[in-house]
Design a protein around this ligand. Structure first.
Ligand code: XMP
Ligand code: MG
Length: 184
């Protein structure tokens, strides 16, 4: 789905498909160098990282294994609580593996810092993070993120895997929604 298909539901396009894919190629080139000769496990965080995982993994030239985790960090509200539940665990053992967590967006950082600690505790040889988007103004905890696509303003965004009530994940661009979309 393109920005034009959304009409007035989309307020503003923050990142075009071309910008997203160009940046992913740049990140993939760095990862190729940094992980040359290493046994890498890409861990995608469902569901938002779906598109990043698909495009990043294909842009890489190194041989990788891929796996997925689903976690829930939200309680009743819409704010991250830091209390994380594993909804779907990894199928692979991470012991002595070089793990690269693939994320769509880092907001407060609470989910990710929990995930990094969890993967380290399982005996991973290394744990690094690659995220397409990051909201620096929303950070509640410092997370050392090795690969960042774009820093964006502290606004709710959709598209390229990111949803609002499970919609707009299939939007090619990343953008903000018009206020009338949020009204029930
Ligand atoms: P924290 O706050 O723990 O949470 O870093 C990160 C997760 O929150 C979701 N999230 C968003 N989802 N548009 C979305 O569609 C956004 O702007 C947004 N900000 C945070 C997302 O699931 C992410 O993994
Ligand atoms: Mg996510």
């Amino acid at each position: 789905m393109d920005a034009s298909d959304l009409g007035s539901d989309l307020e503003r396009v923050l990142l075009t498909e071309e910008q997203l894919l160009t940046r992913l190629d740049e990140m993939a080139a760095k990862i190729d160098v940094d992980y040359a000769g290493k046994n890498v496990l890409l861990v995608g965080v469902l569901k938002g990282a779906l598109m990043v995982m698909a495009d990043l993994s294909r842009a890489l030239h190194i041989d990788v294994e891929t796996d997925w985790m689903a976690v829930s960090s939200y309680g009743s509200g819409t704010k991250s609580s830091g209390v994380v539940r594993i909804l779907k665990d990894l199928d692979r053992d991470v012991t002595d593996r070089h793990v690269l967590v693939v994320e769509d967006i880092i907001d407060s950082g609470l989910t990710l810092s929990w995930l990094i600690a969890n993967l380290r505790a399982r005996g991973a040889a290394s744990v690094e993070v690659c995220t397409m988007l990051r909201k620096p103004e929303a950070a509640k905890v410092e997370v050392d993120v090795r690969y960042v696509g774009f820093d964006i303003p502290n606004e709710f965004v959709v598209g390229y895997g990111l949803d609002h009530a499970e919609r707009y994940r299939n939007l090619r661009v990343v953008g903000t929604l018009a206020h009338h979309v949020y009204g029930s």
